[in-house]
Design a protein around this ligand. Sequence first.
Ligand code: ACM
Ligand code: ZN
Length: 748
Amino acid sequence: MNDAQLTLIPIPAKVDFTGGYRLLSASDSIGYDHPDFRPLAIQLQTLLRPATGFDLPVTDGVNTASIKFELDTSLENKEAYQLVSTNAGITIKAASAAGAFYGIQTLRQLLPPEIESREPKSIEWTIPLVTIADRPRYSYRGMHLDVARHFFSVEFVKRYIDLIAAHKMNVFHWHLTDDQGWRIDIKQLPRLTDVGAWRDQTVIGHTSDRDLTFDSKRHGGYYTQAEIREVVAYAKERFIDVIPEIDIPGHASAILAAYPQFGCVQQDYFVQQQFGIFLDVLCPTEKTFAMLESIFTEVAELFPSPYIHIGGDEVKKTHWESCAICKKTMIENNLANVNELQSYFVRRVEKIVNRLDKKIIGWDEILDGGIDPTATIMSWRGMEGGIQAAKQGHDVIMTPVDTVYFDFYQSTSLDEPRAIHGHTPIQKTYAFEPTPASLTEHQAKHILGAQGNVWTEYMTDEHQVEYMLLPRMSALAEVLWSPKSLRDWSSFNRRLPQLFRRFDIMGIKAARSVYKPFAETKLSDDNQLLVNLESYQENVSIHYTLDGSQANASSPLYEKSLVISKDTIINATSVDKTNGLGYGEETVSLTVNKALGKNLVFHTADGSTQLKEFNGELLNNGVLARDRIFQYHEWTAVTENGLQVVVDLNDLIDVSTVSLGYGTDLHRRLYFPSGFSISTSVNSKDWKRLQSANKQDIIDAGNSIELIFPAQQARFVKIVIENDNRAYSAESRQETSMPVYIDEIVIN
Ligand code: ACM
Ligand code: ZN
C-alpha cells in the first residue's frame, strides 16, 4: 500500500508510485490527439475549474499541452486506460473515449479531496507521480434506483448518475414503474401518468406494522419524455447505459389503476399506499399485449440501450388461476400451469421487445416456467437463479439480495434509520464474488457483471438514498472493476477515510456505519455466554459499559471476549484512533437464566404437530431481540397455529418465573401474543398448569411479560403462546392471520 493507492477506489489493476508529486497549476493546459477526446478534455477542464479556479486552455493537438489525451488502439479493452504523471505532465492513453473518461476519474481521485469543492480552495493541487495501467474486470457494472416507491427529481437522478460514473460503473437501471407509481410519460396511454403517477397517501412507519397509519399526503410525479431524453444524454456523456425497467405482469397496481380493463378481475384498482407484493396482475389478452407494445415502442425510442428490463418478479398468480380468459389461453397454448402462463407472457413480451430491436432483461423468476436463452437474467433471490441461467446459456447479471440490496440495514446500531429489514454491512458487499466457483470457464463468461439495487420504500428523500448507497456502492465498484487478486478488505478499509472526506466535501452524507461496533454472542460448550465486540473498521478502539450507561471514549477499552454471568446490558461505541471521533452505539441486552442454551422441543399450541423448522437457539441464546432494531433473524415467528415450547432443564430444579418478549418499537410495531401460559412437569407426561396471561395482560405489560408462580421443582417447562391476530392485508385484499414475533424465553 502506498499513498497513491490510498486515494483510489476502485483500485486500479496496476499502479506504480514512482515517488514525488507534481503540482497542477494555472499554467497547465489540456490537449488531445483525436477528435473523440475533445469532449473529455472539456470535461476535465470543467471538473477542475470550480475548486482550483484554473481555467485551463483546451487545445487541439498534444504538442504544447501538459495534460494529454492520446489514442492508443493497442489497448484491447475499450474501457481500459493508462495514466502516467511525471514532472513534465500527465498523459492519459485510451483506445476509446470511455477509457479516457475513466482516466479522468482516476486523475480526480489522485488530486486532494478538495477538488470536489464547488468553491475555490487555495491549496496545493498535488498529483502523485504514478504509472497506472487499468481496465475493468466486468463489462456490466450497474446501479439500480427505484423511483416508483418514492419519486426523485431529474436533478437528483443526475447526481446519482454522477456517483455511478465517479465509481467507474457504467449502467443505470431505472426502475420506472411499480405498484406505488408509474413514472414515465407514455403519449399513447396518458392515464398511466395522469392516474398512475399519484397515490393519495403513504404508510407511516413500516408496512408490516400492527395498526397501520397513513400520512394523508398525496405523493407522486413522473418524468416527461423530454426529461428522460435529458437524463439519457447526461448519462451518455458519462459512458453510462440507462436501462429502463417496465415491471410486468405483476407489480401492476399503477397500470391497473389507470387502465383496469387489462386486469383479470374487474375491481377497484388503485395506486398502492403501502409496500408489499399485491395480487394485481395483467391478464394475458391480445389487448394487453397491444397495450404493452404501445408502451415498449415509446420506451424503445427514448432509450438507446440495447436492453429493456421487463421485470417479471414476484408475480402473484392467484387471479390467473381463476380467470376464464387465462384458462382459455392456457388450453389454447398447451400450458400446463400458471408458471408456464408466466413464461408465455414473458415470451410474448420478448417478441415485442425484439421486434423493436432490443433484448430483454428479467428478474430470475422469468426462468420459472422455462424461457428462451436470449433473455438476460438478473439474479436477485440469491446466486442460484444466475447459476442455473448461465448453465442454460443465458447472460446473467448478479444482484443477490443479501449482499447488494442497499435497502438493508448497514449495522445493528440503534441509531440506524428505519430500513426494510435485513443486515448488509459493507464488508459483506465487499466480499461478494459475482462469478460462482461452480461454473465452468465457458459458463462463467455469461456472468456479465453485477448490480447494486436501491429500493426506496423507506427512503423518502435524497439524503436517505445517499446514506444507504454510500459507501456500499464504493465497495461494489471495487468488486466489479478491480482484479479479484487485489480485493483486500484491509486495503479498502484504509482507503475509506479519504473517500469519506471526498463525500463530505461533495455535501454527501455517506453512512459511517462501518466504524460502528457490533457484538457477537455465543454460548461456550460449558454454557457460558461470551460476547465479542468488533468493528469492520480496523482503525478504531472499542469502549464499553456493562451497567446500562452510555459508552464513550473514556469507558473501559475492549480487549478480549467478555464472559457474562448475569443479566447485563452492554453498550459499546467505537472511537476512530486517528481523529478521536466516536461512532454508533451497539446495545445488547443479555439474560443469563435457567433456560439458557437448554434443549427445546416445539409443537403447535395444541400439541398436535411437532414443529421441526423452528430455530430453537434464538429463543434461549441469551440475547433479548426486543432491545434491538427489528431483524427477522433475531426473532421466532408464531403463526396462527400458535406455539408450544417445552424446555428441558436437564435436572429437577426450582422455578418460579417465566418471561417472554414480543415487542419492540424500534422501527417496527409488532403484534402481541393473544395468550401465554406456563405448565411444569417432572417427567414430561404429567403437567401442572401454573399461570397464564390473556391478550390484555400482555398488551398492558409492554414489551415483555413475566409470569410468577409459587416455586416448583420441575425438569420440564411448557410454554404455550397463542396468536389470534388477524388484520386486513392490502396484499391479499382480505383479512389474514398476522405473525407474532417472540424473542426469548427466560426461566428463573
Ligand atoms: C425484487 O427485488 N423484487 C427484484
Ligand atoms: Zn386473466
